[in-house]
Ligand binder design. Structure first.
Ligand code: PXP
Length: 255
């Protein structure tokens, strides 16, 4: 039996670190813990505005992945600056995503319908493949027939379907049928072409279930929910450890 792979996106460990300008929590440690417990890959998004992952994190996390023998998936916009970083670092995967400065998070898939954008992405894929042939490329896209057909004309290895709208509808208890139908249709087209079919964005333990039941996505990249849930799984443990430490040190001069 085959099962889907889990890519753990650790961007929001870096968000926590950057928010206070501290040295912790360490994203390298987050990568280590995730991979040691069985995650299939680490995903990080080096954004143009460096709001979470920093340049120095990329080689550090890559070293952890290499040491454990699991892939690094570097998400990035298709800018010259990012392409240069990818070509230097040679991650196992590059996932090209649209990036807008004002957005809180990646808000949708790449626009492959606009000819200028299509040409820019085609050039980015060619440039990465020419300079780093071992790096596989995925494109973060909506599951629309037109967009997926355009993906087939590019030098890529997989598509990652943006599941943000599905995940939002799940939380708002709306019908998911149209999303699942689109995903199924997309899967047939993409797999027939021999490309990988990945998914990501906004997924939680619960919203993952209908997608797992359909069984079409080979890989899920999940971040925000994992980091958020980890707070609750870890909080009691950390409070207990701190109290143990405090209680090993009685106050001086008190009865
Ligand atoms: N996949 C891609 C391409 C993304 O841009 C993101 C968000 O950075 C994710 C997966 C993970 O999304 P989330 O943090 O909502 O799980």
């Amino acid at each position: 039996m085959k099962f889907a792979r889990l890519g753990v996106n650790i961007d929001h460990v870096a968000t926590l670190r950057q928010q206070r300008g501290e040295f912790y929590p360490s994203v390298a440690r987050a990568a280590e813990v995730s991979l040691a417990t069985g995650a299939h890959q680490i995903t990080i998004h080096l954004r143009e505005d460096r709001r979470h992952i920093q340049d120095r994190d990329v080689p550090e996390v890559h070293a952890v992945c290499r040491h454990i023998g699991k892939p690094l998936n570097l998400e990035m916009g298709a800018s010259d600056e990012m392409i240069a970083i990818a070509v230097k670092e040679r991650p196992d995967w590059v996932c090209l995503v649209p990036e807008k400065r004002q957005e809180r998070t990646t808000e949708g898939g790449l626009d492959l319908v606009d000819p200028v954008n299509y040409a820019r992405l085609a050039a980015a894929c060619a440039s990465i493949k020419d300079s780093s042939p071992s790096t596989k490329i995925s494109l973060f896209v909506e599951a629309s027939d037109e967009v997926l057909r355009r993906c087939l004309t590019l030098k890529i290895d997989a598509v990652e379907i943006h599941t943000g709208d599905f995940a939002r509808d799940f939380l708002e208890k709306k019908s998911l049928l149209h999303h699942l139908e689109r995903y199924k249709k997309g899967s047939l087209l993409i797999k027939q072409a021999g490309l990988g079919y990945h998914a990501g964005h906004g997924l939680t333990f619960d919203s993952l279930v209908p997608l797992l039941q359909e069984g079409d996505f080979e890989e899920y990249n999940i971040g925000h929910w994992i980091v958020a849930e980890s707070v609750f799984i870890g909080l009691g443990h950390v409070v207990k450890e701190l109290l143990t430490l405090i209680n090993q040190h009685p106050l001086k001069g008190s009865l």
